[in-house]
Write a protein that binds this ligand. Structure first.
Ligand SMILES: N[C@@H](CCC(=O)N[C@@H](CS)C(=O)NCC(=O)O)C(=O)O
Length: 208
C-alpha cells in the first residue's frame, strides 16, 4: 500500500491531514511551497490545477478536498467515516453542497463579489445568506452532522464552518462553538493540527 499526501500546511490540505489521521492509515507527506514548487512540471502531472492538496493512493490520483474525503472514507472502511451505502443520501448531498455552493459563496464574499438578485438565479449558491443558513442548519445540537456517528462530512463541512468563523466571514454562536469544540477534540484532529503547525514555519506562506 502506498499513500502520498501533497500539501502545504497553510492550505485546505489541513482538511485532508485531519481526514488521513482519522483513517489511521500510514502515509507519506510531501510539502510544497507556494510558487515554483507547486507550479513545477512534476506536481502539474499530479494536479494540473497546480493546487494542493492531492493524494496518490496505490498509483491513483485524487484531487479536490471533497473528493479526497469521500475517497479516503471508502478506501479505509474500517475507520467508519462513511455511513452504510443505503444511508448516504444526506452524506453525498451535504458534501457536494459544501464543496460547491458553499465554497463559491464564501470565496465570493471574501473577495467582495456581490451578486444582484437577478444574478443570484444563475449563481449556484443563490445568495450568501441563504447558503449560510443552509450550511448552519447542518450543525447539530448534540452528536454529529449525520446523527450519532462522526463521519467525513464533519471533517469537511465542519472545517469549512470553522474557517469561515476564524476568517470572520460568518458569526460564531454557542451551538456552533460547542459543535466545533466537539469535533476538534478528537485525537486525530489534534494530531493533524500539531503536524501542520510544526511544518508551517518552513513551508507555510514561504514562496519557492
Ligand atoms: N477546489 C480545490 C481548491 C484547492 C486550492 O485552492 N488550494 C489552494 C490552497 S488552499 C492552492 O493550492 N493555491 C495555490 C495557487 O493557486 O497557487 C480543493 O478543494 O481542493
Amino acid at each position: 500500500m502506498s499513500l502520498v499526501f501533497y500539501t502545504n500546511p497553510m492550505s485546505r490540505g489541513r482538511i485532508i491531514r485531519w481526514m488521513l489521521e482519522e483513517t489511521g492509515a500510514p502515509y507519506e507527506t510531501v510539502f510544497l511551497r507556494y510558487g515554483e514548487e507547486m507550479n513545477g512540471p512534476d506536481y502539474a502531472a499530479i494536479n494540473p490545477m497546480r493546487k494542493v492538496p492531492a493524494i496518490v493512493h496505490n498509483g491513483q490520483i485524487v484531487t479536490e478536498c471533497g473528493a479526497i474525503c469521500l475517497y479516503l472514507a471508502d478506501a479505509f472502511p474500517e475507520a467508519g467515516l462513511a455511513p452504510p451505502l443505503a444511508e448516504r443520501a444526506s452524506y453525498y448531498r451535504w458534501m457536494m453542497f459544501a464543496a460547491g455552493p458553499w465554497e463559491q459563496a464564501n470565496v465570493n464574499a471574501a473577495l467582495g463579489v456581490n451578486v444582484t438578485p437577478e444574478q443570484s438565479r444563475m449563481a449556484g449558491y443563490g445568495t450568501f445568506d441563504r447558503a449560510l443558513d443552509v450550511l448552519l442548519s447542518l450543525v447539530p445540537d448534540t452528536g454529529y452532522m449525520l446523527g450519532d456517528r462522526f463521519s467525513a462530512l464533519d471533517v469537511y463541512a465542519g472545517s469549512h464552518i470553522g474557517w469561515a468563523i476564524e476568517f470572520g466571514s460568518i458569526p460564531a454562536n454557542a451551538k456552533v462553538d460547542a459543535y466545533l469544540k466537539r469535533i476538534r477534540a478528537r485525537p486525530a484532529a489534534r494530531r493533524a493540527v500539531e503536524l501542520d503547525d510544526a511544518a508551517t514555519a518552513e513551508y507555510g506562506l514561504v514562496r519557492s
